[in-house]
Design a protein around this ligand. Structure first.
Ligand code: SF4
Length: 569
């Protein structure tokens, strides 16, 4: 549910390679710029192109032109639905780019781009037809799928990565108003059959669970857009809603090499034979040479090094603006945050999308509010570790290890901050232990201690040197009073692995020298929060302490957190 900051992903990698500072602000701090329609277009168009390929052409259709004519009404219908879905997503965006509007997006432009995807797919269908349906035609005709995860199609039940998490999976019906029309064995392949055979694997729009590849060691993961495999070769494709001339095109090869590497790591060393970018706006296919077997260990080393650099990039409370970096213009990366700076005379300047910064005055904080940087960070505690459990879902729905630390008549829950962040926790059960570099927090009003890669545990007997002053459980700070300005704000919603809906609002609070992400879930998302905009002043008392990837994340608890939004300049 929450952003996993512990795993390397393709988008995090390409952002980091483009600018480590942008990666830190975006992926670690959660700072985002104003929403642009193009960011929504990518999602709704990809779903529309995939939904189109899930349909079943009639047996009488002939040739690519025949298939195009049959598909046109579907394209129009899907374009209208994509426009409607995009309009809703745009409406739900809390911070929109100035002068941008979803009305600038026309259904006709969506039709054009979906047709761009259709063109690219029809090239596959044509090649498949010319190869008499490819090596799997007869398997398909026998009603079986040649693949453990079949290509999604209407009328065929989807494959859920975790079906056991779906109580009603068996009750769901997946019927459709059309089905594949296969001929008898050994007949010459027909065009509709070539469509069915050429259909690639892609994320099934009916499946809400993450359809991702997870590295067996847990430190990398990726969600592929599309995998072509009708000819027995594996080709990894990434769908882009824009033109092949877009400024972001330069990072596509890095992204695809990461996917090809992940495929190798998660498919018993199998190599992808091809990797392509499909650009919908100009229906261009950009082909890259995939990494060879010999290159794989080098890629593992470099990705691992990047991941470690990311893990060690920062922790605690992030300073903003950064001091040392020269600002790029930001256009290239759709960023611009380095433009925020203060002159010697004290006046602020900021990027175009945050003009309010120039007129903002950051007065000194008065009680009860404290500067973000003064919030208590890592602590050392000692006690007896008992009652181990897990992996069990944490409040982000992620499986983590937990245990209980008992000190006299007091006890506190100790938990991994993220899956795999402190795998040795249970090795210390039923021992007197020292936990150092632990992160204090709270959940459902109960204080908690989080352990991550920087935390350490010793059994009392093995401790050579005291890790620094110990904090008594009763003195652990689990809440804070903070104030500042909203730097960015956004919200997301979705469906959990078990089918339950979730919603999350995230804003970045800036107190003039440091930033912290403030999140609210479900019922804690109030109208007052939803009405906040960048530049607004906000003050909160009793906000919960939490940590993501060792970085401060404050959580709003609608029963205990008091929010004020002074209308002052
Ligand atoms: S403004 Fe440029 S240099 Fe600064 S973080 Fe963004 S991309 Fe990087």
């Amino acid at each position: 549910m929450g952003r996993s900051r512990g795993r390397l992903s393709a988008s995090a990698l390409t952002t980091y390679l483009r600018c480590p500072r942008q990666w830190l602000l975006t992926y670690q701090a959660g700072l985002s710029g104003p929403k642009r329609p193009s960011q929504i277009l990518g999602v709704v168009l990809e779903e529309a192109v995939c939904a189109l390929m899930m349909h079943h052409p009639p047996p009488e259709v002939v040739g690519p032109e025949g298939l195009r004519q049959w598909a046109q009404p579907l394209v129009d219908e899907l374009a209208t639905k994509a426009w409607e879905d995009g309009r809703k997503a745009w409406g739900a965006s809390l911070w929109k780019a100035e002068k941008a509007s979803w009305d600038d997006v026309t259904v006709a432009s969506l039709v054009e781009r979906i047709n761009g995807g259709l063109d690219l797919f029809l090239e596959e269908v044509k090649a498949c037809f010319e190869q008499n349906g490819g090596p799997f035609l007869e398997t398909h005709r026998s009603g079986k799928s040649p693949f453990s995860v079949p290509s999604p199609s209407w009328g065929r039940a989807p494959v859920f990565p975790l079906p056991e998490k779906l109580p009603d999976a068996a009750l769901r019906r997946w019927s459709a108003d059309s089905s594949p029309a296969w001929q008898a064995q050994d007949e010459r392949c027909r065009w509709n059959e070539a469509w069915e055979c050429a259909r690639p694997w892609f994320k099934d729009p009916r499946v809400h669970q993450p359809q991702r590849l997870y590295h067996p060691d847990g430190w990398a993961s990726g969600e592929l857009d599309l995998v072509l495999r009708w000819d027995g070769q594996t080709r990894i494709v990434d769908i882009k809603s824009g033109r092949s001339s877009s400024p972001f095109a330069s990072s596509l090869e890095h992204q695809l090499r990461f996917y090809a590497w992940l495929w190798h790591q998660t498919h018993g060393g199998e190599i992808a034979q091809g990797m392509e970018g499909w650009y919908l706006a100009d229906s261009k296919r950009v082909i890259y040479s995939p990494p060879t077997t010999d290159e794989m260990s080098g890629l593992t080393t470099s990705f691992r090094a990047t991941h470690e650099a990311m893990q060690n990039a920062a922790e605690g409370v992030l300073a903003f603006p950064g001091t040392e970096l020269e600002a790029c213009t930001g256009e290239q990366a759709g960023c611009g945050w380095c433009a925020v700076s203060q002159s010697e005379s004290g006046t602020w300047v900021g990027p175009d999308f945050s003009k309010w910064i120039a007129s903002a005055t950051q007065g000194s904080l008065s009680s009860p509010y404290q500067n973000l940087v003064s919030i208590q960070g890592r602590v050392s505690v000692r006690g007896r570790l008992t009652g181990a459990w897990g992996p069990m879902s944490n409040h982000f729905g992620e499986p983590v290890l937990g245990a209980l630390l008992v000190v006299g008549d007091q006890h506190i829950t100790v938990e991994e901050s993220e899956p795999g962040a402190f795998q040795g926790l249970h090795n210390f059960v039923d021992q007197d232990v020292v936990l150092s570099n632990a992160l204090p927090g709270v959940w459902r009003d109960q204080a908690r201690l989080y352990l991550d890669q920087r935390s350490m545990a010793f059994s009392e007997g093995d401790m050579v040197e005291e890790p620094g002053p110990f904090t008594r459980l009763g003195l652990l700070r689990t809440r804070a009073n903070v104030a500042g300005r909203v730097l960015s704000i956004g919200q997301r919603s979705g469906v959990r692995i078990d089918g339950k809906p979730w919603s999350m609002l995230s804003l970045i609070l800036w107190d003039g020298s440091h930033i912290a992400e403030v999140v609210a879930f479900g019922q804690s998302i109030s109208q007052r929060l939803l009405a906040l905009q960048p530049g607004d002043a906000v003050a909160m008392t009793g906000v919960e302490l939490g940590w993501r990837g060792g970085i401060l994340q404050l959580r709003i608890d609608n029963r205990k957190t008091r929010i004020e939004t002074p209308r002052s300049a």
